[in-house]
Design a protein around this ligand. Structure first.
Ligand code: GDP
Length: 309
C-alpha cells in the first residue's frame, strides 16, 4: 500500500471507545442468541442510537430479518458476521490514496480545509510527516493568516519535522501567501505543497470565496492545482461533522476526508453515516495527538477494529 504504513493495533486502540459504547454492545446482545423480532428491534435501535445513520441501520436490519425469515440465518452470531461483511462492503473500490503526481512532475498541491478546532493543524502535521517519512520533500503554506496560533502551531510541527513553512503577515491576504508558497514550491522543486486555510470567517460566503480565491491562485501557478482538497472533520462531533461536510462539499470540490479524533469518541459509526450522506472517500483517520497517530482508512480493517474484542 506504500504510503502510510498501517498498524492494526493503532486503529483498534483508537476505536476503543466506539467498541465500549457501541459495537461491543451489539456484540454482547447478539452473541449466543437466537434471532427474534425483539432482538432485531433492539439491534436496529442500537444502530440508530450510534452514529451509523438511520437509513443504513434500517436497511441492515431489513436484510438480516429477510435472511432470518428465509431460514438462511438463525443466530445472532451469524447476524454479527453478516453485519461485518455488509459494513466492510459499504465502501466501494474508490480511490482512497492521496492523488500524488509522479516524482519530478510536482509539486502536488494539497489544500486542507475545515472549521477551527477540527484538528486541521494536527492533521496537516500528520500528512506532512507521513509524506516526509516516505522520502518526499514537503512544504507547508500557512494561509490561515487570521489565527496567529495556527501559524505558530504549524511552525512548531514543521521545525520538529524539518519542513519549510511559507507564511505571510498576520491578517494579510491568504491568497498572497498561497501565491508565494506556490512560487517557493516550484523554485525549490518540492514534491508536495500542503496548504492550510482559515476555518472561521464572518460568514460562510466569505470563507468559501476565500477558498475559491486560494484555489484559483494555486491553479494559475501550478497546473491542475489543487490536486487534492482534504476536508478535516472532527469525529467527536458526530452528525454535526456530516452536516459540515455537506456544506463544504456544496461550495467547493472536496476530494477526500480526514476524520480526526476517532480515538476520542464513541462515534466511530460516523464513518458509515458519512458514506450514507456523501460520496466523498474518507482517506485518513486520526487516532491520537502526535504526528504518528494517523492511519489510512481501510474499510475491512476499520470494521474489524470496530468489532474486535
Ligand atoms: P485546528 O484548529 O483545526 O487547526 O485544530 P488543531 O490541530 O489545533 O487540533 C485541535 C485539538 O484537537 C488539539 O488539542 C489537538 O491535539 C487535538 N487533535 C487533533 N487531532 C486529533 C486526533 O486524531 N486525536 C486526538 N485525540 N486529538 C486530536
Amino acid at each position: 500500500m506504500g504510503l502510510f504504513k498501517s498498524v492494526f493495533n493503532k486503529v483498534k486502540e483508537g476505536l476503543a471507545k466506539t467498541r465500549a459504547q457501541f459495537t461491543g454492545g451489539l456484540r454482547t446482545i447478539l452473541t449466543g442468541q437466537q434471532l427474534s423480532i425483539e432482538l432485531l428491534d433492539e439491534l436496529e435501535r442500537r444502530m440508530i442510537q450510534s452514529d451509523i445513520g438511520v437509513k443504513t441501520s434500517i436497511e441492515l436490519r431489513k436484510d438480516i430479518q429477510a435472511a432470518w425469515e428465509r431460514g438462511e440465518m438463525e443466530s445472532g452470531d451469524q447476524a454479527l458476521v453478516f453485519l461485518k461483511e455488509q459494513l466492510s462492503a459499504y465502501w466501494p473500490q474508490e480511490n482512497r490514496k492521496l492523488n500524488l503526481l509522479p516524482p519530478g512532475q510536482g509539486p502536488t498541491v494539497i489544500l486542507v480545509c475545515g472549521i477551527n478546532g477540527a484538528g486541521k493543524t494536527t492533521s496537516i502535521a500528520k500528512m506532512a510527516k507521513s509524506l516526509h517519512d516516505e522520502g518526499k520533500t514537503v512544504m507547508l503554506a500557512a494561509c490561515d493568516t487570521f489565527r496567529a496560533a495556527a501559524v505558530e502551531q504549524l511552525e512548531i510541527w514543521s521545525k520538529r519535522l524539518g519542513i519549510e513553512v511559507i507564511k505571510g503577515k498576520q491578517g494579510g491576504d491568504p491568497a498572497a501567501v498561497a501565491f508565494d508558497a506556490a512560487n517557493a514550491a516550484l523554485a525549490r522543486g518540492v514534491d508536495v505543497l500542503i496548504v492550510d486555510t482559515a476555518g472561521r470567517l464572518h460568514t460562510q460566503d466569505h470563507l468559501m470565496r476565500q477558498l475559491t480565491k486560494i484555489k484559483n491562485v494555486l491553479g494559475k501557478k501550478i497546473e491542475g492545482a489543487p490536486h487534492e482538497v482534504i476536508l478535516v472533520l472532527d469525529a467527536t462531533t458526530g452528525q454535526n461533522a456530516v452536516n459540515q461536510a455537506k456544506i463544504f462539499a456544496e461550495s467547493t470540490e472536496v476530494t477526500g476526508l480526514f476524520l480526526s479524533k476517532l480515538d476520542g469518541t464513541a462515534k466511530g459509526g460516523i464513518v458509515v453515516a458519512i458514506r450514507e450522506t456523501l460520496n466523498i472517500p474518507v482517506k485518513f483517520i486520526g487516532v491520537g495527538e502526535t504526528p504518528d497517530d494517523v492511519e489510512p482508512f481501510v474499510p475491512e480493517k476499520f470494521v474489524e477494529a470496530m468489532f474486535a474484542i
